[in-house]
Design a protein around this ligand. Structure first.
Ligand code: ADP
Length: 632
């Protein structure tokens, strides 16, 4: 007997125990989903076998009729799901069942709050998988043999704290999962109940799911060799006529391929014929998957070649900004032995990809045009990802830009609901640009001094506060012939929006201030690039501005926050010639005090745009000197 053959008892990872506990307590009203999860795993195992067998036919061991079988024993209260798919080696059992290795799962646990009601919703966003057996079973036995190997493994656990694993024999390859049903769960050892669940959840599974034929009403002993019958439809859903597929069927199919628990938000199903033939069935999820921001995420669009599953592709079939799209693309023309190299540089793949992208954009456009509430839901989940689009997909830039939504001064809420088209529709006569401000938070953007003149003139400004917005505006410089213009950069030229009396007043005020600009410049010295009068301000005394093509303050902060070494660009200090503090400054004859007052105005402007001062204590000291004057 080898060491490995001995029976070992191992502890579940702490997270598995936590997951099991949560699952049993939060999914009891939806018990039957365990069967879908087991069938889904069996179907994946068949896909994996088919794929490996493309290179090594011997893995079939003479049995290439892949199927799933479900048997039950009412008296013993057991239910068994078996497949002749790829099976698992001992190591695979250890890695897959008993540990939680996938990164998405890790994030899932980080998101857990301890509040059971909230957490059970989280479970909903996350595939529940194998462990869902324990909703109805108090003991589960799994016997498996990996295709092409001799050693079979038997795993068993009551789902409490530990499991056992030992070597065994198994004639056929694949996996057999036996559930010892809890007391009171007898319904899952009833033929008609199981058939119902299979119809509901697993009709779309393209493998036959077989059960023993039942002879209702006949007082007969069990026949010697029971006859098997296929109880599901067993045809690949995407190959069916699109008008014949119900929303429920789509929902179940989507849950299976996307490992999601919720129905999708929308789908697009297309059969392309002609020079190249392929079918695409693409889904937009209702909720962002946990690994949306994870570079090593494992799910994407599944590539099939003539019904044979090739891979779950995360790189070649969808661009990064549509990485949340799930579905199936089944090509009739790609070679079955399609490799990574082929995927990387294949005209057909490129054609399929670009057509699929257009389909998804079209689908989103139609939601945006017809169902604002649904689109808002989509935007909440995936807006930040969509904003990567203009920088990544040059060909579809304008279309993607049309799908973007922003917060703006129009509604003055953080909700991102304003489209560029809507903004343009509200532009003032004579307004030439789409104005925006980028800032660290909604409040910082909304209350920025840079917006003062825009508010006064009733010109709408987009409030951009997602990190990705800086990249977005560097890639998206115009929309529908209108350029996007930052309100914190360059000389502000409002063109005909400025009326003549405003201009004259400003000029008069500037003249009154005499050589103030020169004195401020001398006082601030190397700190600033330039000092000038502002056209942006109505109620603040000063603000800081960047040159048109320089990196803005917000971008600098973001880069610093991710550890990049950025030299802070000197800014232009703009003073409000109409502000009483600026006029008070002019009256100050004492150089020391003039310097202090100037420094305060400068530091305030710096703070207002979200900067953190190099010398906060100095600022406070100077402020307190002023306050003491008040107290005198
Ligand atoms: P998921 O299916 O979401 O990955 P599960 O907990 O359902 O999570 O399964 C974990 C892993 O165990 C699967 O990814 C797969 O590698 C393996 N597995 C489960 N069931 C089977 C099966 N019937 N045949 C082969 N491998 C399986």
């Amino acid at each position: 007997m080898t060491v490995e053959a001995q029976k070992e008892t191992l502890e579940f990872q702490a997270e598995v125990q936590q997951l099991l506990h949560l699952m049993i307590h939060s999914l009891y009203s939806n018990k039957e989903i365990f069967l879908r999860e087991l069938i889904s795993n069996a179907s994946d195992a068949a896909d994996k076998l088919r794929f490996e067998a493309l290179k090594n036919d011997a893995l079939y061991e003479g049995d290439s009729e892949l199927k799933i079988r479900i048997t039950f024993d009412k008296d013993a209260r057991t239910l068994t799901v078996s497949d002749n798919g790829i099976g698992m080696s001992r190591q695979e059992v250890l890695d897959n069942i008993g540990t939680i290795a996938r990164s998405g799962t890790r994030q899932f646990f980080q998101a857990l709050s301890g509040d059971e009601a909230k957490d059970s919703q989280l479970i909903g966003q996350f595939g529940v998988g194998f462990y869902s057996c324990y909703i109805v079973a108090d003991k589960v036995t799994l016997v498996t043999r990996r295709a092409g190997t001799d050693e079979a493994v038997r795993w068993e656990s009551d789902g409490k704290g530990s499991y056992t694993i030992e070597s065994t024999d198994k004639a056929g390859r694949g996996t057999e999962v036996t559930l010892h049903l809890r007391e009171g769960e007898d319904e899952f050892a009833e033929g008609y109940r199981l058939r119902n669940i299979i119809h509901k959840f697993s009709d779309h599974i393209s493998l036959p799911i077989e059960m023993h034929q039942e002879h209702y009403g006949e007082e007969k002993d069990e026949p010697e060799a029971p006859e098997w019958e296929t109880v599901n439809r067993a045809s690949a859903l995407w190959t069916r006529n699109k008008d014949d597929i119900s929303d429920e069927e789509h929902a179940e199919f989507y849950k299976h391929i996307a490992h999601d628990f919720e129905a999708p938000l929308a789908h697009s199903h297309n059969r392309v014929e002609g020079k190249h033939e392929y079918i695409s069935l693409l889904y937009i999820p209702s909720r962002a998957p946990f690994d949306l921001w994870d570079r090593e995420r494992s799910h994407g669009v599944k590539l099939y070649v003539r019904r044979v599953f090739i891979k779950d592709d995360t790189e070649h079939l969808m661009p990064q900004y549509l990485r949340f799209v799930r579905g199936v693309i089944d090509s009739a023309d790609l070679p079955l032995n399609v490799s990574r190299e082929i995927l990387q540089s294949n005209r057909l793949i490129d054609t399929i990809k670009s057509a699929s992208v257009k389909r998804v954009l079209g689908l989103l456009e139609s939601i945006a045009n017809n169902d604002a509430e649904k689109y808002a839901k989509f935007w909440k989940e995936f807006g930040k990802v969509m904003k990567e689009g203009p920088g990544e997909d040059f060909a579809n830039k304008e279309r993607i830009a049309g799908l973007l939504r922003f917060a703006s001064t129009h509604a003055d809420t953080a909700e991102q609901t304003v489209s560029l088209a809507e903004y343009i529709g509200r532009m003032k006569e004579g307004q030439e640009h789409i104005y925006y401000i980028t800032a660290e938070s909604f409040l910082a953007a909304k209350n920025s001094p840079h917006l003062e003149v825009f508010r006064k003139k009733g010109v709408e400004v987009l409030l951009l506060t997602d990190r990705v917005d800086e990249w977005l505006v560097s890639a998206l410089t115009e929309f529908d012939g209108k350029t996007l213009q930052s309100v914190t950069k360059g000389e502000l030229d409002l063109g005909t929006l400025d009326d003549e009396t405003d201009k004259e007043e400003q000029k008069k005020a500037e003249e009154e201030l005499g050589d103030l600009i020169e004195r401020v410049k001398t006082a601030l010295g190397e700190k600033v690039k330039e000092v000038r009068y502002s056209h942006r301000l109505t109620s603040s005394p000063g603000c800081l501005v960047s040159e048109e093509h320089e990196m803005g303050a917000n971008m600098e902060r973001i880069l610093k926050a991710v550890g990049q070494d950025v030299a802070e660009a000197k800014r232009i200090f703009e003073l409000n010639p109409g502000h009483p503090l600026v006029h008070r400054l002019k009256e100050e004859a004492d150089d020391q005090r003039f310097g202090d007052l100037t420094a305060i105005l400068y530091d305030q402007a710096y703070l207002a745009e979200g900067g953190s001062l190099d010398d906060p204590a100095g600022f406070i000291h100077r402020m307190n000197e002023l306050l003491l004057d008040l107290a005198k």
